[in-house]
Each structure stands twice: as C-alpha cells, then as structure tokens.
Design a protein around this ligand. Structure first.
Ligand SMILES: *Cc1c(COP(=O)(O)O)cnc(C)c1O
Length: 453
C-alpha cells in the first residue's frame, strides 16, 4: 500500500459538552424544518472529514467506523476524488447522458465491466442510488426472461422505493404502513449459520430455498433471484459456504437471472472487488452503489450483454443517471482503490478486528454477550446476545447494541448497528483509516462491550 496523506489530524478529540452548542443549535433548526421521518444516528453536525476522522461544528473529532454506511471507502475528501470533481465541475455539471453523452460514463462502464466477476461480454448502465440500481436489475431480468417472479431472502435489504421496499424483509422502520407493495416478490429462507437450528451446510440451506421456489412459485415463472452475497442491514450475515454457488448453479440451469446486490459489499469492502468472488460466483447481473463513487451519488448495474441488450433503446435511463461529476469521482476512487491496494487493506482490517474481538470473547467467558464475530474484510460484525446465552438460546440483545453504540459515540467513535433484531454492531471503517486510529476506535468499542456485558 502506498502512503496515504491526510489533511486532518488523525486523532480522536472531544472538545467539551456533547453534543456541543453549535450542533444543538443546528438540531433545533432542523427539527423545525426537516421531516421527522429522516433520522440520524449521531446528534452532531459534520464540519469536515478526511481519512478515518469526522470533525463536527463544535471542534470535536470522531473516529469514523461507519463510512456513511460503506460509502467513503477511500475517505470523504480523498485528494484524487476532490481534484477530479473540481476539474469536471469546471467544465460541465450535466448534459444528461440520454441527450448529449460524454466520456466519463463510458469510462466507468469500461471499469465496471473489467472489475466485476466473469470474463463474459458485459454491459453497464449507470444510475444514482442503490435502490434505483436494484429496480433496474429487476426490470432487465423480467424483460429478458419474459417472466414475473423475483425471489428475495429473509433479512434482505434492497432499498426504500416501492419495489425495493417489497424486496426488503424488515417491516420496521422500512415498510410498516408504506404499502401496498409491488407484486410478484417471493421470500425464501436465507443461510444464517449462527441462527440455524441444526448444523445445516450451505448446500442444504440452498436446497431448502430452492425447494420452496420450485414448490411455491415454479422455476419457469422465476425471472430472477436477488441476493446480497453478504447481507448488510439484515445483520452482516455471511451465508454458509456453498450456499451462493448452489443457488447460482440452480439459476443457471433454470434460465433464472442471478442478481447479486453488491451495493454494500462491493468495491474492496470485503477484501475483494466484490463479495461474490469469495465463493467464485459469477452473477448474471450485479448491482453497485455506495463505495463506487468516492462519496458522490452513483450506482450501476453490470450484466451479461445478452440480458442487458435485450432491452429496447430508451427502456433504461434517467435524467441524472451517470452524472459526469459522479463519474469523474468514481474513476478517481477506483484508481485510489487500486493504487493503495484497498483489497489488501480490507483483509488486514479483518485480521485486526478478528484478533481483537476473539480475545475479548475469551476474556468475557461463557457469561459474555458476544454471540458471534463474523464478516469479511472491513465488513465485520459483532452479534450480541443476552449474557450467557451465546451457545444456548442465543437470545437477542438489541439493548446492548444500542448502549454500546451510544457509549462509543460519547467517547468519540461513530459506530453503526444493524440486524433484523437490531442486535448487531457493524464495523465499516474507511479503508484508508490508519492502524493507529482503527486500534483506538476498537479499544473504545471493546471498553463499551465490557461495560454492557
Ligand atoms: C444501501 C443498500 C441499498 C439501497 O441503496 P440506496 O443508495 O440507499 O438506495 C440496496 N441494497 C443494499 C445491499 C444496500 O446496502
């Protein structure tokens, strides 16, 4: 990894009361004008961000272990991204690719076709958000197959638009009272090794899902299987080995489009460009967003040329899709990922986090609250249970997750929670975070876990 230059001092620092007076004043203004349906995990307002640090308007410096939900993989103000954006914005901010096309869009498509798994002929379309990418993957799968049904999984998260709410598993806060939802979505069981009732292997777990698909939908009605290779919001669930390849093989045998939603797991996050690669899975279509754009809103679908080109001209697109500034940022971010070997960095972070928290499990012993440490690369999670139930009833402990995140924040570390049961601490640090800063953040987290145990 070549050396990373930081603009801000990479050090946790709390200046005074928390939240400080300026954040409190902004929050009062916000409450008067911003809809209450938009919630923020942190009560402080950002002033600056760089590397693994976010500073707030009161002069506090926080360690960022969330990357704005897996977005700022290269940092929130990476030099190369900033320069590329400045350069592009001085020329044109928008022409609309559907009106007057430009090179950046084509260059991003070239990169994505090369980086995504598989050596087959591919095509790419760019959009703005992860949900929009998922919507369009479903459009392509349906049109190309002439079928309607889409299979999604327990614990899945695919977005907040109408179709993606239907695809998302969790009712609160994502779906409750927001229906009716889009039809022809079917949900089947995921492989969730920690919470399986028996020691079921990945292939058997896939067979369980496939049997349900065959019996309840019928293979010939299924347009696509949509799955996060490592589930994000659902709890950083890593399916058992063999689960994804078995599903992908079944999809192939049955003319079903296998769609990997890598919006959260893509772009070096798990120590590979895409999480599908850990199991040698080659998706027919892959959805991307979050880490793709160095912080700018950009999303994409890349898929088999025969599927993607089945769509008639004008059938895919959008006013802002593949915005030139976002494309410039994305090209710069991808270059940075390669130059700093951020896949290697993510693998290194996995080793650091695993060692640290395996030691903590031993320290806390049988009565501890850590049920499982799991994940890949810099997408690691700690699932929390009630004291002493880690190997027996595995009783979920969302209260501990909440308390730990709050304690970390008070100490100057931003940490996110997730999970169907709200009992998972998820670590998504920027991949450019220094060892020292990561170590400090993990120390704070370990202390908070001890206090909650
Ligand atoms: C975040 C996320 C989405 C939705 O992305 P938005 O940009 O918020 O619309 C879809 N799928 C997965 C796996 C995600 O993590």
């Amino acid at each position: 990894m070549s050396e990373i230059h930081y603009r801000l001092e990479q050090k946790r620092h709390l200046a005074g009361s928390f939240p400080g007076p300026k954040s409190a004043a902004l929050d009062a203004r916000r409450k008067a004008v911003v809809a209450g349906g938009v919630a923020s995990s942190v009560p402080v307002y950002a002033a600056d961000a760089d590397g693994g640090i976010i500073t707030d308007v009161d002069g506090n410096s926080f360690i960022d272990l969330g990357s704005g939900i897996a977005v700022t993989t290269v940092g929130a103000s990476e030099e190369r991204v900033v320069d590329a954006v400045r350069e592009q914005v001085g020329h044109f901010t928008h022409t609309c690719f559907m009106v007057t096309p430009y090179e950046g869009y084509v260059a991003v498509a070239e990169e994505l076709n090369a980086l995504t798994p598989g050596t087959h002929e591919k095509r790419t379309v760019l959009f703005n958000s992860g949900a929009e990418a998922v919507e369009n993957a479903v459009k392509v799968a349906r049109l190309a197959t002439g079928r309607d049904a889409i299979v999604a999984f327990d614990h899945a998260y695919h977005g907040r638009t109408n179709l993606t709410m239907a695809l998302t598993a969790k009712a609160m806060p994502y779906k409750t009272n927001f229906g009716p939802f889009a039809p022809e979505i079917y949900r089947v069981p995921m492989s969730y090794p920690y919470r399986e009732e028996s020691d079921i292997k990945g292939e058997e777990a896939a067979r369980r899902a496939i049997t349900m698909i065959e019996k309840q939908i019928g293979a010939s009605s299924v347009a696509g299987i949509l799955i996060e290779p490592i589930q994000g919001e659902g709890g950083f669930i890593v399916p058992a080995d063999g689960f994804l390849p078995t599903l992908a093989a079944w999809a192939k045998d049955n003319g079903v489009v296998f769609i990997a939603d890598e919006v959260q797991s893509g772009f070096c996050r798990t120590g590979e460009w895409f999480a599908s690669q850990h199991e040698g899975v080659v998706p027919d279509i892959i959805t991307m967003a979050k880490g793709i754009g160095g912080g700018l809103p950009l999303s994409a679908i890349t898929g088999r040329a025969d599927l993607m080109d089945a769509v008639h001209p004008g059938g895919l697109g959008g006013t802002y899709g593949g915005n030139p500034v976002a494309c410039a940022a994305s090209l710069a971010a991808i270059k940075t990922m390669k130059e700093h070997d951020l896949n290697g960095r993510a693998q290194n972070i996995e080793r650091i986090v695993t060692a640290r928290f395996t030691a903590l499990v031993e320290e806390l012993g049988e009565a501890g609250i850590i049920g499982e440490i799991r994940g890949r690369g810099a997408m690691m999670a700690i699932e929390l249970v009630k004291p002493g139930t880690a190997r027996t009833t595995k009783e979920v402990n969302p209260e501990a997750a909440k308390a730990i995140a709050a304690a970390c924040l008070r100490a100057g570390v931003i940490i996110l929670t997730c999970g169907t049961y709200g009992n998972v601490i998820r670590l998504l640090p920027p991949l450019v975070i220094s060892d020292e800063l990561l170590g400090d953040g993990l120390d704070v987290l370990a202390t908070a876990v001890r206090l909650a145990a």
